[in-house]
Design a binder for this molecule. Structure first.
Ligand code: ZN
Length: 361
């Protein structure tokens, strides 16, 4: 899959590596994988959401970015991502859509170039982090020369507004939409504003974008960040009718959310993603009175953990996401083929479609 030699152990050593506590992995996490996930997972899966960037791409420490992040590493190299897949999903073949880390503290030009140098567009693909003021011609040139399959714009690039006020079109610029529309490219969208998909401004903007740019494939990252069914349900009334709005399940750890999506959205619009490095954090994401709360094994400023000698017995958030997905699929009696669509074929078809669109355009 990857031509660069892979140092198999690097991901497992040291407290600040992508995956720490090797003993905990062997004694606790791996048995969960063997017991609950191995048989259920297809032998080949496609990760539609994995971040990859180098420490040298950072202009300042990552914690200085205004956006709250659910991880604690300063980089995920291409090789570390490969190692993370082997550790999390041993024996499973994983194809990837690699995303840059599109934060304000990151040199996105260098990050984009790094991804372009690593993808083979057979088993690994990438999205471009766009400059917000780039013209359609500039974006087209960047997409074609790097062989990217779409864009990963992000709200932390917006400078003239507070985070709470940012609207989708402030960072998903018309130039990106025009280019995506022309070739059927993806836009991996992180829904902004405090109430996310429950916010009718967001919903109106999404409907307008999807209608005006029917060729663009709008992928709602983390299912629009609708981490609870009561947030998702009203949005589905509006968004299920939009054929070019798709759903990425990364970080969705509530099986009722997954189940609601599977009940209401055509299955070919739903895809699994890891959001690595988040999937490698041992913890669980919960909604509590409308707030997102993270329980974690290790203490972080953004999480709740146990003080004392015995830390919480948490496994990887990546496993919690798959547990939720599996439970929803089991409850709805989905076939092996349907599970395989969610875990592989839908995302694969999407990126291959974008490549074909680029070739044809
Ligand atoms: Zn992400």
């Amino acid at each position: 899959m990857c031509k660069v030699p892979e140092p198999l152990q690097t991901g497992l050593v040291g407290p600040d590596r992508l995956i720490d506590e090797p003993d905990q992995y062997r004694l606790f996490d791996l048995p969960i994988f063997e017991r609950e996930l191995r048989e259920w997972l297809p032998s080949r899966i496609f990760d539609v959401h994995a971040h990859t960037w180098l420490a040298e791409h950072l202009r300042r420490p990552i914690a200085e970015d205004p956006v709250e992040l659910l991880f604690n590493v300063e980089s995920v190299t291409w090789e570390e991502l490969t190692v993370a897949y082997r550790v999390l999903f041993p024996g499973v073949e994983v194809e990837r859509l690699a995303l840059p880390m599109p934060l304000r503290v990151v040199d996105i030009e260098a990050n984009n170039a790094y991804l372009a140098s690593r993808i083979d567009n057979e088993r690994s693909f990438a999205l471009l982090a766009p400059e917000l003021d780039a013209s359609p011609e500039e974006l087209w040139h960047q997409i074609v020369s790097g062989r990217f399959v779409g864009f990963k714009p992000y709200l932390s690039q917006v400078r003239n507004k507070s985070l709470e006020e940012i609207r989708i079109l402030d960072f998903v610029r018309p130039a990106q939409l025009e280019v995506a529309d022309r070739a059927g490219l993806l836009i991996m969208l992180h829904v902004p504003r405090p109430s996310r998909l429950a916010d009718c401004i967001n919903r109106d903007d999404l409907v307008a974008i999807a209608d005006s740019y029917p060729g663009a494939r709008i992928v709602l990252a983390h299912a629009g960040r609708a981490y609870a069914p009561e947030i998702l349900a009203p949005a589905l009334d509006v968004l299920t009718d939009l054929p070019n709005v798709l759903w990425d399940l990364s970080n969705i750890q509530d099986h009722d959310v997954v189940r609601l999506l599977l009940e209401r959205v055509p299955i070919d619009r739903i895809m699994w993603g890891s959001d690595i490095p988040v999937a490698t954090v041992r913890g669980r994401l919960l909604m509590l009175n409308g707030q997102r709360v993270c329980l974690t094994r290790r203490p972080f400023p953004w999480s709740v953990s146990r003080v004392g000698p015995e830390p919480l017995a948490c496994t990887f958030m990546g496993y919690e996401t798959l547990r939720a997905l599996r439970r929803a699929c089991d409850e709805l009696a989905l076939s092996r083929e349907q599970v395989s669509s969610l875990m592989y074929a839908n995302a694969r078809a999407l990126v291959v479609g974008a490549l074909d669109g680029l070739t044809a355009a």
